[in-house]
Design a protein around this ligand. Structure first.
Ligand code: PGD
Length: 826
C-alpha cells in the first residue's frame, strides 16, 4: 500500500504541502517520485534513514507506548502495527484506534451552567455535579481570553496557576503544556511548579548528594552491565511494566537489556513487598520488606558491611565526604541505637540473617543496584535515595564496569547507549516576564489552592502560596495524579475559574468550568525523538485521521486566544504547523551534520513516511556512569560543594529541618504498619504503576478487560488477609480510611507480602455522589486513600505510595461504574 492513498492522509499531505508553499526554497519532491522508490533511494544512500518498505502498511506515527504504523480505512483508524526496529513491541499501541474513536471524546466546547449564567466563582461546590452547556468555539475563545485578561489585570500573574503538570501526548510541537506556558508568558506570566510527581524527593536530595539529579540521567550502558555485573539488586523496581512507556517514544532497549540479563543467567535479587512482573521474568530471589521500611533495611545492610569490615574505606576516603558523621549514627553513637541487622529486621520484617547475607553477597560480587522511584514517593522519600547512594559508596563500586547504582534503569530505557546524530527541540515556552511569580512545589497544589498566604519550607527557601483565582490545565489529570482526592475536591472549589483542554471526559474535565475539546496526537502532524536516553530515532508523526467532532489542536486554541489578546503574531511567530516542523527538523539535521551524519531534506523525510535511526558509537555501548569521576575526581568532580559524594551534607544540615538531617536517616513515616493509624487501618498500600495503562491514559479503552476485576480497579491481597475478612477472588471490595473510600475487585495472590495490598494508580475518579466530599469512588481511584503532605521540608515531594487502610467485602448491590460515561447533555 502506498502512503497517502486514503482520503485522510491526502488531506494531511495537502495541508502540509500547502504550508510548505510559503517556504519558497523548498522543492516539492514528494510529487516527483513514487513513494517506495524515493524511500528506497534515500535509505540506500543514507544508512541512518530507515525505510519501512516493503513491510509498510500504514501511516507512521506513535505514542508514549511506541512508534507504529496506523492503518486507516474510510477515515477511521482500524489497527496498527509496530515499527520493525522495536525489540519489544508494546500491546498498548493496539489501543490507538480506541483512543481516536473513544465513546467519551469531548465533542464540543462546553461550559458549566452556573459559571456561564452567573460568572466566575459561581457555585463552585457544583463542580463535578453541575449541568453542561454547549457553546460555539467563538464564544469559548472569548470566555477564555476574557478570563485571562480579567485575572491578570485584577489580581496579577500569581493568581493564574497554569503549571499544568501532566504526561500529555508525545510530539514536540503539539506539546500542550509548553504551548500553554507560551501563551501565559506572553500575556503577563503565571504561577508554575517546581519538580514533578515522579521524582519530587529524589531530584532535590540527589542534587545535594551527587551534584546531579540522577533520576533522569544516562545510566551505565546495558551492554556493559550485562557483561560485567555479577549480581543485580532490584530495589523497588518493576521495570517490565514501567519500561513499556517512555516520555518520548520508547526504543524499548531497556526491556532488551533485562532479557539479556535473563539469558546470561545473572543472579538477581528483588527487594519489594510484591513479587512483581520483573522479578518473575528474571526468576529473581525475593526479599519482601514491610512497606515503607527500605531505609531501615539499607541501614541494616550498611551496618553488616561495616561490622564485617567489607566496606571499601579507600573509596570512601577518596570519593566521599562526611562518612564519619554518618558512621556515628550507624553505630548508634549519636542516638544510642546501633542500626544492626537485628534492629533493621524488627522494622522491615526481613530476617537479620538475610540482611547480613545480602551485605556479604553485594560486597563479594560486582553489584549493580537498580532502584525505582516508588520508595521516594513517600513520607521522608529523600532518605531511601540518600541511603542507597551511601550504601553503594560503602561497597565502593560506583564508576566501575557493571557496578554501582542506577536510578533510571526502569524509566524510558536508561542505559540504552546514546546515539550520534541530532536532537529535536520542540516549540519553546518563551521567556518568562520579569518578576514572574515563584513556582510552588508541584505536589503542593491543593494546599496552595486552599491556603493562600501560607508559607512553607522548600529546599532551604520559603515559599508563600499565592491566591489562585484561575486554574488552567492542558495535558494532565490532577483528579487522578494528586493525592487525597477528597481534599483536592474541596481545594478545587477555591479558584473562580477552571479551564481544561482534554480529548476525553476525564474526572478533571468533569470538574472544570470551561472544557475545550482537543485532538489526539493522531489527528495532527508532529515530530518526536525515539529513545529518551539513546536519542536514536527521529519519528515523524503523520496525521492519520481528521480532527474528531469539533476538536482542535491545543496550538490552534491558544493561537485563537492569543489573537483575542492581540498577540497572535508573537505567539505563532508567523509560522503554521508545517513551518514549525520544518524548522525543528532543519535545526536537528544541522546538528546531525555537525556530527557527520547526513539526513535527507525535510520534504523528502516527511513525504517518505520513514524514520531516522542514528548510529550508536561502540564506545557509548561501554559508557559507565561516574566512570570519569572515579578515574580522576579532581579533574572530574561532582557538582556538589565538596566535589565528592556527600554522605553528610553541610548544606542540608544548615537548613536545620527536623524532618531531614545532614545524613541519611531512618524516620518513621506518618503512616505505616507500626504507626498509630495501623490499629484502625492495618493494611499498607502499594500504588504501583499499572501494566495496562500509562497513569490514567487508556483507562477508557478495552485494555480494562485485561486488568479490571468485578469491573473495577484490582486490589492484590494476600490469601491470609483475604481469608481473615471473608474475601474471595473476584469479590467486590470496599477499601477505605479516614480520607476516602473506593470500590475495587479482589485479586488474591501470594505475590504480595501479608499486610500489604497493591492497587495501581490511574483509575479515573468516579464518585457515587458527584460533588460530595468523601463519596464512594466506584472505579477505584487509589488517590482517594493517600495523604497529601510533602515528603519533608526539603523536597516537598508527594507521598502517593503510602497509606494505611482497611478493606471489607462490599455488601449490597454493586453500583454501576460510570467513570467513562459522558455527562448528561454533553
Ligand atoms: P496522565 O494519565 O498521563 O497522568 O499524572 P498525569 O496527570 O500526567 O494524564 C494526562 C492527561 O493528558 C490525560 O487525561 C490525557 O487524556 C491528556 N492528554 C493527552 N494528550 C493531550 C493533548 O495533546 N492535549 C491535551 N490538552 N491533553 C492531552 C501522572 C502522575 O501521577 C505521575 S507522572 C506520577 S509518577 C505519579 N504516580 C503516582 C503513583 O505512583 N501513585 C499515586 N498514588 N499517585 C501518582 N500520581 C502521579
Amino acid at each position: 500500500m502506498t502512503l497517502f492513498n486514503d482520503k485522510t492522509a491526502n488531506l494531511s499531505r495537502r495541508r502540509l504541502l500547502k504550508g510548505m508553499g510559503a517556504c519558497a526554497a523548498l522543492p516539492l519532491l514528494g510529487g516527483l517520485f513514487p513513494k517506495s522508490a524515493l524511500a528506497n533511494a534515500i535509505s540506500t544512500a543514507l544508512d541512518q534513514f530507515t525505510t519501512l518498505v516493503p513491510a509498510q502498511k500504514g501511516i507512521l506515527t506513535g505514542a508514549h507506548w511506541g512508534a507504529f504504523e496506523a492503518i486507516v480505512e474510510d477515515g477511521r483508524m482500524v489497527r496498527v502495527q509496530p515499527v520493525a526496529d522495536d525489540p519489544a513491541p508494546n500491546d498498548l499501541i493496539d489501543m490507538a484506534p480506541y483512543q481516536v474513536h473513544a465513546k467519551n471524546r469531548i465533542k464540543y466546547p462546553m461550559v458549566r451552567k452556573s459559571w456561564l449564567e452567573h460568572g466566575p466563582g459561581a457555585s463552585p461546590e457544583l463542580r463535578g455535579a453541575d449541568e453542561w452547556v454547549r457553546v460555539s468555539w467563538d464564544q469559548a475563545i472569548d470566555l477564555v481570553a476574557g478570563e485571562i485578561k480579567r485575572v491578570q489585570s485584577q489580581f496579577g500573574p500569581q493568581a493564574i496557576h497554569a503549571g499544568s503538570y501532566g504526561w500529555k501526548s508525545v510530539g514536540l510541537f503539539h506539546n500542550s503544556r509548553t504551548l500553554l506556558h507560551r501563551l501565559m508568558n506572553l500575556s503577563g506570566g503565571f504561577t508554575g511548579y517546581a519538580g514533578d510527581y515522579s521524582t519530587g524527593a529524589a531530584q532535590v536530595i540527589m542534587s545535594h548528594v551527587m551534584g546531579s539529579i540522577e533520576v533522569y540521567e544516562q545510566q551505565t550502558a546495558w551492554p556493559n552491565v550485562v557483561e560485567h555485573a555479577e549480581l543485580v539488586v532490584l530495589w523497588g523496581v518493576n521495570a517490565q511494566v514501567t519500561l513499556k512507556n517512555s516520555w518520548n517514544m520508547p526504543d524499548h532497549e531497556g526491556q532488551a537489556g533485562f532479557q539479556a540479563l535473563k539469558e546470561k543467567g545473572t543472579r538477581v535479587i528483588s527487594i519489594d513487598p510484591v513479587y512483581n512482573e520483573t522479578a518473575k521474568l528474571l526468576g529473581a530471589e525475593w526479599l519482601a520488606p514491610n512497606a515503607y521500611t527500605d531505609v531501615a533495611m539499607m541501614l541494616g545492610v550498611a551496618h553488616s558491611l561495616y561490622s564485617a569490615k567489607k566496606h571499601d574505606q579507600a573509596f570512601l576516603d577518596r570519593y566521599t565526604s562526611g562518612f564519619d558523621q554518618f558512621l556515628d549514627y550507624l553505630l548508634g553513637k549519636t542516638d544510642g541505637q546501633p542500626k544492626s541487622a537485628e534492629w533493621a529486621a524488627a522494622i522491615c520484617g526481613v530476617e537479620a540473617g538475610q540482611i547480613t547475607q545480602l551485605a556479604l553477597d553485594m560486597a563479594a560480587k560486582r553489584t549493580m543496584i537498580m532502584a525505582g522511584w516508588g520508595m521516594q514517593r513517600q513520607h521522608h522519600g529523600e532518605q531511601p535515595n540518600w541511603m542507597l547512594v551511601t550504601l553503594a559508596a560503602m561497597l565502593g563500586q560506583i564508576g566501575l564496569p557493571g557496578g554501582g547504582f542506577g536510578f533510571s534503569y526502569h524509566y524510558s530505557s536508561g542505559g540504552s547507549p546514546t546515539a550520534k546524530g541530532g536532537i529535536l527541540s520542540g516549540i519553546s515556552a518563551g521567556d518568562a516576564p520579569k518578576n514572574s511569580p515563584a513556582p510552588i512545589p508541584v505536589a503542593r497544589i491543593a494546599d496552595c489552592l486552599a491556603n493562600p498566604g501560607k508559607t512553607i519550607d522548600f529546599n532551604g527557601r520559603k515559599v508563600t502560596y499565592p491566591d489562585i483565582k484561575l486554574v488552567y490545565v492542558a495535558g494532565g489529570n490532577p483528579f487522578h495524579h494528586h493525592q487525597d482526592t477528597n481534599n483536592l475536591l474541596q481545594a478545587w472549589r477555591r479558584p473562580e475559574t477552571v479551564i481544561v483542554h482534554e480529548p476525553y471526559w476525564t474526572a478533571t474535565a468533569k470538574h472544570a468550568d470551561i472544557v475545550l475539546p482537543v485532538t489526539t496526537s493522531y489527528e495532527r502532524n508532529d515530530l518526536e525523538m525515539g529513545g529518551d536516553y539513546s536519542q536514536r530515532y527521529v519519528f515523524p508523526m503523520h496525521q492519520c485521521v481528521p480532527p474528531q467532532f469539533e476538536a482542535r489542536n491545543d496550538f490552534d486554541i491558544f493561537r485563537a486566544v492569543a489573537a483575542k489578546l492581540g498577540m497572535e503574531e508573537a505567539y505563532t511567530e508567523g509560522k503554521d504547523e508545517t513551518l514549525w516542523l520544518k524548522q525543528m527538523y532543519d535545526a536537528m539535521a544541522l546538528q546531525a551534520r555537525g556530527a557527520k551524519v547526513a539526513l535527507p531534506p525535510f520534504t523528502m523525510f516527511w513525504e517518505s513516511n520513514n524514520y531516522v535511526r542514528f548510529p550508536v558509537p561502540e564506545a557509548n555501548k561501554q559508557w559507565i556512569r561516574h566512570g570519569d569521576f572515579r578515574e580522576n575526581p579532581l579533574l572530574n568532580p561532582l557538582g556538589t560543594p565538596s566535589g565528592k559524594i556527600e554522605i553528610f551534607s553541610n548544606t542540608i544540615a544548615r537548613m536545620g529541618y527536623a524532618d531531614c538531617a545532614g545524613h541519611a536517616k531512618w524516620f518513621e513515616p506518618k503512616e505505616w504498619k507500626q504507626g498509630p493509624a495501623a490499629a484502625q487501618y492495618p493494611l499498607s498500600l502499594n500504588t504501583s504503576h499499572p501494566t495496562q495503562r500509562l497513569h490514567s491514559q487508556l483507562d477508557n479503552t478495552p485494555l480494562r478487560d485485561k486488568f479490571a476485576v468485578a469491573d473495577r480497579e484490582a486490589i492484590m491481597i494476600h490469601p491470609d488477609d483475604a481469608k481473615a475478612r471473608g474475601i474471595a477472588d473476584g469479590d467486590l471490595v470496599r477499601a477505605f480510611n479516614d480520607r476516602g473510600q473506593i470500590l475495587v475487585g479482589a485479586l488474591i495472590s501470594k505475590d504480595v507480602r501479608p499486610g500489604v495490598v497493591r492497587i495501581c494508580e490511574g483509575a479515573w475518579f468516579d464518585p457515587a455522589e458527584p460533588g460530595k466530599v468523601g463519596a464512594l469512588c466506584k472505579n477505584g481511584n487509589v488517590n482517594c486513600l493517600t495523604f497529601d503532605e510533602g515528603s519533608s521540608s526539603l523536597a516537598q515531594g508527594n507521598c502517593g505510595h503510602m497509606a494505611q487502610l482497611q478493606i471489607e467485602k462490599f455488601a449490597g448491590t454493586a453500583p454501576a461504574n460510570t467513570a467513562h460515561a459522558v455527562p448528561a447533555n454533553a
